[in-house]
Design a protein around this ligand. Structure first.
Ligand code: CA
Length: 228
């Protein structure tokens, strides 16, 4: 696996939060938790989750409203959102999907089924996490074989540069801050200076340009990096 996918769980009931955290971590995901809609909106901006599991009934702003607010942000436009609800009415299901949710699961649900749905959404949105080959322009990344090529020529990358490229190539055009890259590529518990990010981005650029192609990584002043 290239970069551990992050799942954001938005749920206010402590027992359900713990069941989800335990099972998602056991399945190999990085989990971040929000217990209210307001917290979810802030956390989504900080964590850039790969999948969101969103309870409908929340204190303060409802899951439906959170869904609408997340969808309105450019960087969250394609992030899969799975809504959880105690409501089983067809009209509610349609309303949930209308607001921009990708899937809708009725409580009480089987955890195994929810995990299968998370994986299905990732397969679509984060192909490298499930071992598929990703192409962007003339760059090809094969996560299962840990290989990268550009214009058909194999490129040798260190493990950190590989993980950086895997993250960037799955979200072309998206601007990542150095802190977000540190969290996602190095892990949140590792002490690394943000300048380390610049060093590794520099190495990745050099490797990608070794065959003579242009620089596909854009530096966004005051913000971070994006792959174009
Ligand atoms: Ca709830």
């Amino acid at each position: 696996m290239a970069v551990t996918p992050t799942v954001m769980v938005v749920e206010d009931e402590p027992p359900q939060r713990e069941v989800l955290r335990y099972n998602l971590e056991a399945a190999g995901y990085r989990v971040v938790m929000a217990s209210s809609g307001d917290e979810a909106v802030i956390l989504a901006a900080e964590e850039a989750p790969d999948v969101v599991i969103l309870d409908w009934m929340l204190p303060g702003i409802s899951g439906i409203e959170v869904c609408r607010q997340l969808r309105a942000r450019r960087e969250m436009a394609d992030t899969p959102i799975i809504m959880l609800s105690a409501r089983g009415e067809e009209a509610d299901r349609v309303r949930g999907l209308d607001t921009g949710a990708d899937d809708y699961v009725v409580k009480p649900y089987a955890v195994a089924e929810l995990l299968a749905r998370v994986k299905a959404q990732l397969r679509r949105a984060r192909p490298s996490a499930v071992g598929q080959i990703i192409r962007h322009g003339d760059i090809e990344l094969d996560a299962a074989r840990h290989r990268v090529s550009r214009g058909g020529t194999e490129i040798h990358l260190g493990p950190t540069e590989f993980r950086l490229l895997a993250l960037l190539i799955e979200h072309p055009g998206r601007v990542w801050t150095r802190d977000q890259l540190l969290d996602r590529v190095w892990g949140r518990d590792v002490y690394v200076d943000t300048r380390t990010v610049d060093v590794h981005v520099g190495r990745l650029r050099k490797a990608l340009r070794a065959g003579g192609g242009g620089d596909p990584i854009r530096t966004v002043r005051g913000a971070g990096y994006a792959l174009d």
